[in-house]
Design a protein around this ligand. Structure first.
Ligand code: CP
Ligand code: NVA
Length: 307
């Protein structure tokens, strides 16, 4: 069993499916108003070097629901890697708290944090990946479809941390994953090669978004400039315009296609308001499921059995 959750591939296929099942159970408990507090007396430290709405609120609320407490440490609080070495932060905080969740720029820093922590470290997004998000996404797809068979996911836009996590998931669960991005904005090559070697999913890059969305069950997009790339935002807009997810593009996918976005969305750029607010959108279920799946990830790491 994995000690940390830094990448989707830290979990086996079986562990991923078990985590979905735990999420289903804990979600039902919330909906039924049933208390479930196995983390009484436990504390989660949340380190944020970047802004957040969903990740912060869903982890903190989830921890409260499980009977525990969460501490928010924002960009100006501990100055990870600046005011203090990453490994010293890991050594200190893991003597107080039971879990660490971190949202950092450099992926090497979360690896270092985990290496020196005595308690499990959960990745809340780095420049390289965002595993909690894609676990929530696949759990949402499972809820909506009722199964994960014959699934074609088409990711449109920048080959970024979200894309890399989708590729990692494709190394664990079978799917047909198509990434449609402009030349020069492809996802991480080593991640792609590793997932191809796993030989479980069909993973393709198709530059033309209109061709890519054919027969898609899910069309997924994300911002064109991620946190930390703000200076490139204007230049990227010109390059990415053909990759906007709008009603016309969705019309080329399967009827009833699910439109997904990790949020925050830049309405009018990578996605139109019509799609965000439209009948195909399952984005707010996705956002809600961040909380249920993250509770499940913490319960899985702590090896808590769910009644
Ligand atoms: N999707 C997501 O991680 O949202 P936040 O950046 O608001 O946490
Ligand atoms: N790719 C985006 C995801 C935000 C949840 C970013 O890193 O800013």
């Amino acid at each position: 069993m994995a000690f940390n959750f830094l990448h989707i591939t830290d979990f086996t296929s079986e562990e991923i499916l078990e985590t979905f099942e735990i999420a289903r159970k804990v979600k039902a408990k919330v909906k039924n108003g049933e208390e479930f507090t196995p983390f009484k007396g436990k504390t989660l430290a949340m380190i944020f070097a970047k802004p957040s709405a969903r990740t912060r609120v869903s982890f903190e609320t989830g921890m409260t629901q499980l009977g525990g407490h969460a501490i928010f440490l924002g960009p100006n609080d501990i100055g990870i890697g600046k005011r203090e070495a990453v490994k010293d932060i890991a050594r200190v905080i893991s003597r107080y708290d039971d879990f660490i969740m971190a949202r950092l720029f450099d992926h090497a820093h979360i690896l270092e944090l985990a290496e020196h922590s005595r308690v499990p470290v959960i990745n809340g997004l780095t420049d390289y990946n965002h595993p909690c998000q894609i676990m929530a996404d696949m759990f949402t797809i499972l809820e909506h479809r009722g199964h994960l068979r014959d699934l074609k996911i088409v990711y449109i836009g920048d080959g970024n941390n979200i894309t890399n996590s989708w590729i990692n998931l494709a190394a664990r669960l079978p799917m047909h994953l198509v990434v449609s991005c402009p030349k020069g904005y492809e996802p991480d090559r080593a991640t792609m090669e590793k997932a191809q070697k796993a030989n479980l999913s069909k993973i393709e890059i198709i530059e033309d978004p209109k061709k890519a969305v054919k027969d898609a069950d899910v069309v997924y997009t994300d911002v064109w400039a991620s946190m930390g790339q703000e200076a490139e935002a204007e230049a990227r807009k010109k390059i990415f315009i053909p990759y906007q997810v709008n009603k016309e593009l969705l019309a080329l996918a399967k009827p009833g296609v699910y439109a997904m976005h990790c949020l925050p969305a830049h309405r009018g750029d990578e996605i139109t308001s019509e799609v965000v607010d439209g009948p195909n959108s399952i984005m707010f279920d996705e956002a809600e499921n961040r909380m249920h799946i993250q509770k499940a990830i913490m319960l899985k790491l702590a090896n808590v059995k769910i009644p």
